[in-house]
Design a protein around this ligand. Sequence first.
Ligand SMILES: Cc1ncc(COP(=O)(O)O)c(C=O)c1O
Length: 441
Amino acid sequence: MDARTNPCVSVHNFWAHSGAGMWRGIAEVVEKCYFCGKISMAMTNYNFDNVIDRHGTACVKIDRLDAVFGRHDLTPLWIADLDFAVCPQITEALIERLQHPVLGYSEAADSYWQSIIDWNRRRHSFGIAKDELCFIPGVVKGIALAVNYFTERGDAVVIQPPVYTPFRTVVEGNGRRVVENPLIPTGDSYEMDLDGLRDVIAREQPKLLILCNPHNPIGIQWSEATLAELARICREGGVTVVSDEIHGDLCLDGRPHIPFLACGEDARAVGIMLGAPSKTFNIPGLVSSWMVVKNPALRDPFYKWMEVNEFNAPVMISTIGAEAAYNNGEEWLDQMLAYVQSNIDFVDDYIRRNIPGLRIVRPQASFLVWLDFRDLHMCQREIMDLLLDKAHLALNDGSMFGAQGEGFARLNVGTPRCVLAHALDSLRTAVCCNCNCTSNN
Ligand SMILES: Cc1ncc(COP(=O)(O)O)c(C=O)c1O
């Protein structure tokens, strides 16, 4: 019996939108108990299978295919946003505010800060005091602000490749020096090279380390022991740590996220944590992020500098969208993570059965899958030609994350299953064709 025919259940609010061939149906159902008459909200089922046409929305993922890949006949599985409709309460909150005719200078409401504090306590058992929080206009800009404030031109900054490309470009673009402490491959994953870190610090005397926690592109949630040891080494070496935790809400398989600042006294002494609802709720277009610094000696002068330059000035719709997401988006997030997890299982299973020679590194967090092409014995150019020209797929080239990414590509699985199935079929055909050609030559 469905919600509309069951006498105990009435459809309270049905929100459907049709346009450009798409359908978005989300039902909120009020359930009335047959015996006691008690009314409760039933779980909303979000539909992540819907294919939403994003063309012409100035979205980077589709509308920049030509500019980035030189062609547009590609299935877009690259830049890290999701193809899913956002949780409707976010849209509703934005619409409600935009219906007011005046869009003047605004400040972030107390309820905005509280939503971040409550979220971190609820989801990660991580306590934040209001004065430890600061708005930042995006996580990459937060990294750039820290690089500019805590280092001088020519100073060394440590990154741990293969890692998110802007960690390098922000440092180099600001006239600082990247020093690498590459991750160590362990066969089916990677680990952090803590001995290597000691050596790099002793040799290069860096001022800053940029940590990716969880780690993009591989999706590793670092353990508390690793993070605590990294903090100890950095504190001893006088290195400030910027911990980018934008993927922190996206831990999979019920695994907890471990904020760097929750890893002991050393971490609190040296750490700057950057977080955001952008990946979590698929709202990167709202450009809403925040920073936490626990150590007042680190925080007070930095936040003062942010303040006088107004780098911390909240953007009205960012804070409204973020607050709605943190307060109302938990159910959406849990269902989205379950969907992403099943997409990862689907990709893993498909590749094992159908594309010998290709392997995946299973992510512990987020919706990005690190695809290992090395057993196919192709150079990076050949891998990218195969993906683009033969399979018509736009994936991120592994080498953009550092030389250590050669032989890999990054696949974004935050998309409806049917899109993924189509992409994998195309990849299988391209790989088979390529293997037949090379074995015939
Ligand atoms: C590790 C990491 N940091 C930062 C960003 C981008 O953050 P923002 O859009 O807030 O600058 C991304 C986006 O993919 C990311 O993966």
